[in-house]
Design a protein around this ligand. Structure first.
Ligand code: SER
Length: 314
């Protein structure tokens, strides 16, 4: 039986991962934590307010609820991290080492996401291999590469069962992403329903990897359940479902909303970040080592996103 502590439970991934894990492992076995107070269904608990920079508090909550796993999601995303690099370092690296330490002390299984942001301009851009050059030029990317290495270190040095994936841009309709470079691919769906038009801050022709949230959640559960003997990479599996640029989203939306218009007003900061990331990544190690397979492509995702957002905004 798994008992899982999740940090960043009110974030884009956390708000849906909690529901998924409660369905799979039972409601009371999932301890949601966030720096903010509980809201909505989360208020039914179990829920604890936890600041991931407070190592004693993480230990106390993990011990109190007798968890056997930590899923550490709390972090600042790429665009926010560029606005306040030192704060990003403190939260992203501080939160990571604190949750890893508690996992070491209490002998817990551990998951944390890395990102396509762990790559940089000198990384091969097309079908980026699993093992390749990683010289990112953003604070977020620096945190993610250091994080991948730190998770490997805790596994090799202390035997902590650390696992992770490099998530692409995640597209979802429950909680909004905050401060990421790939956020346009979520905003475009809301604006399609509200205005039948969207002004993209990412330029036409800029490809990045994307994935629909149900595939991301399934990947987390699958990786955590995988036979450890089969895992060669452990902490930073490339996974992707869709390689797309803004016009690909516009065309997929126009299929359902024929009058939808896209225009461009490029934000130089986020464009520079996007330009430093891969166009598409190769997920074959994840497929071979633990059977990763995404179900949604851009068309099936678009249909579902538009239906769900129309319902939500009614
Ligand atoms: N979606 C994230 C971002 O844009 C990438 O991991 O920052």
């Amino acid at each position: 039986m798994k008992r899982i502590l999740v940090t960043g439970a009110r974030g884009q991934i956390g708000s849906e991962l909690i529901t998924k894990l409660r369905d799979v492992y039972g409601h009371s076995n999932i301890i949601a934590t966030d720096i903010r107070e509980a809201e909505g269904e989360l208020a039914e608990g179990p829920y604890e307010v936890v600041d991931v920079t407070d190592d004693k508090r993480i230990y106390e909550v993990a011990k109190k609820h007798q968890v056997d796993t930590i899923m550490h999601l709390a972090a600042l995303l790429s665009a926010t991290a560029e606005k306040m690099p030192k704060v990003a370092w403190d939260i992203n690296m501080g939160g990571l080492i604190n949750t890893l330490e508690v996992s070491r002390e209490l002998n817990l299984q551990f998951f944390t996401p890395s990102s396509i942001g762990a790559f940089g301009p000198s990384t091969p851009k097309a079908q980026t291999p699993q093992d390749t050059l990683q010289r990112p030029t953003t604070m977020y990317g620096v945190n993610k590469v250091a994080g991948e290495l730190l998770c490997d270190y805790y596994c090799e040095r202390y035997g902590v069962d650390t696992r992770g994936v490099r998530f692409p841009g995640l597209i979802s309709y429950v909680a909004p992403p905050g401060g990421g470079t790939t956020d346009y691919a979520v905003e475009i769906y809301y604006e399609a329903i509200k205005q039948k038009a969207y002004t993209s801050y990412i330029a036409e022709g800029t490809y990045m990897d994307m994935m629909y949230m149900p595939d991301a959640l399934e990947a987390i559960v699958q990786l955590m359940e995988a036979d450890p003997k089969k895992l060669v990479h452990r902490n930073a599996f490339n996974i992707s479902a869709i390689s797309a640029e803004p016009m690909d989203f516009a065309k997929a939306i126009q299929h359902h909303i024929p009058g939808f218009q896209i225009s461009f007003d490029v934000d130089p900061v986020r464009q520079k970040i996007a330009d430093s990331w891969p166009d598409s990544i190769d997920s074959s190690a994840a497929e071979a080592e633990w059977g990763f397979k995404a179900k949604y492509d851009i068309n099936s995702m678009t249909k579902d996103m538009l239906e769900k957002i129309a319902e939500k905004l009614k």
